[in-house]
Design a protein around this ligand. Structure first.
Ligand SMILES: [Zn+2]
Length: 335
């Protein structure tokens, strides 16, 4: 298995990569957009934004007119997801043509089609209907696309290998990649997660939505998944949780007296008491530490893949974290 790159107008993404989700419309993001702190999209190789968050943001027209890169003040790749998952929760649908044009005009590097994620408790009829609508949108986007520089990924949904295979067969060819969703409720059901992702593997780039626990990150990277999106770093920070760089588990800051060692640039200057303050700044500092742990691990994963040592590296990590070992051994069965 070799390390590959995704080439975009704003440079290459070395894979596997974790792209932090930037929510734009929430308070702390403004401090990042104003560059008061190092921004997640500059620390990582790029970022993912959801159209759901963008459309609530006061800069939504500016993004369309001037481009997302000007607004974020970044030269790195930007992915704009349709936000299908968040719109589902609000019972809102967008037209695929609107989504595609917004993505193209904002100058994002990768656009993902408007999808209708499926939940486990849906009736078979409802599930089928939602899958058909997602497939329809994907194929429509292929026909309507104007900007060939923007990579177009089709969202893909299913809770088992057969559904995923059928879904992929219903898609026209011409997508630059595929983004597998509807897996968040399965994120700790490693066998289902891994069998679904295994069924989605093909020669195009594969993105997996919303799966960012380290056990899954290691296992899915081993399986060849190219990109992940995550806002665990900022969600954990909102709950005052610090990711332990050694065990990769979350620590509740209010329950500890001392933090484990971390050599990241945040922990060089800040510590437990700074993270515990009830301010946006504290939340940002803690988020940045958490993101640093993710990015460092992803860098190790790429290096270990390159050196053909990923397996021994992950099994070593698995000695301190049983879930890491469990997920990895399942992934091995599929490779
Ligand atoms: Zn740190």
């Amino acid at each position: 298995m070799e390390c590959k790159k995704i080439k975009t107008v704003h440079g290459s993404i070395e894979t596997p990569a974790l792209l932090p989700v930037s929510a734009a419309s929430y308070g702390i993001w403004d401090l990042w957009i104003e560059k008061k702190f190092p921004a997640p999209w500059d620390l990582a190789q790029g970022t993912v934004l959801s159209l759901y968050h963008i459309l609530q943001y006061n800069k939504k027209d500016e993004i369309r007119e001037k481009g997302i890169h000007r607004v974020l003040k970044t030269k790195k790749p930007v992915v704009i997801d349709s936000g299908g998952f968040q719109f589902m929760k609000k019972n809102v649908e967008l037209e695929e043509e609107f989504v595609l044009r917004y993505q193209e005009e904002s100058g994002c590097d990768i656009g993902i089609t408007f999808d209708y994620p499926i939940l486990s408790d849906l009736s078979p009829g409802e599930k089928k209907k939602r899958i058909e609508k997602s497939i329809y949108n994907s194929n429509l986007a292929l026909k309507l696309r104007n900007n060939r520089k923007m990579l177009l990924y089709s969202a893909v949904h299913g809770h088992n290998a057969v559904d995923i295979k059928n879904y992929l067969e219903s898609l026209d060819s011409g997508f630059d990649g595929y983004a597998v969703g509807s897996l968040v409720p399965k994120k700790r059901d490693y066998r289902t997660l891994i069998s679904v992702v295994s069924a989605a593997r093909n020669e195009k780039s594969l993105h997996v939505f919303g799966i960012t626990g380290f056990p899954a990150l290691f296992a899915l990277s081993y399986m060849g998944v190219k990109t992940f999106d995550s806002w665990t770093y900022v969600v954990a920070a909102a709950f005052k949780e610090y990711i332990d760089p050694g065990t990769l588990k979350r620590i509740k800051l209010r329950k500890v007296k001392k933090l484990p060692e971390c050599d990241c640039f945040i922990c060089r200057d800040y510590g437990l008491n700074d993270f515990l303050e009830g301010t946006s700044e504290a939340e940002i500092l803690l988020s940045l530490h958490n993101l640093n742990v993710f990015l460092k691990e992803m860098k190790y994963i790429r290096e270990k893949i390159e050196d053909n040592e990923l397996e021994s590296y992950v099994l070593k990590k698995g000695e301190k974290n049983a879930s890491i070992k469990k997920a990895f051994l399942i992934a091995k069965e599929y490779i």
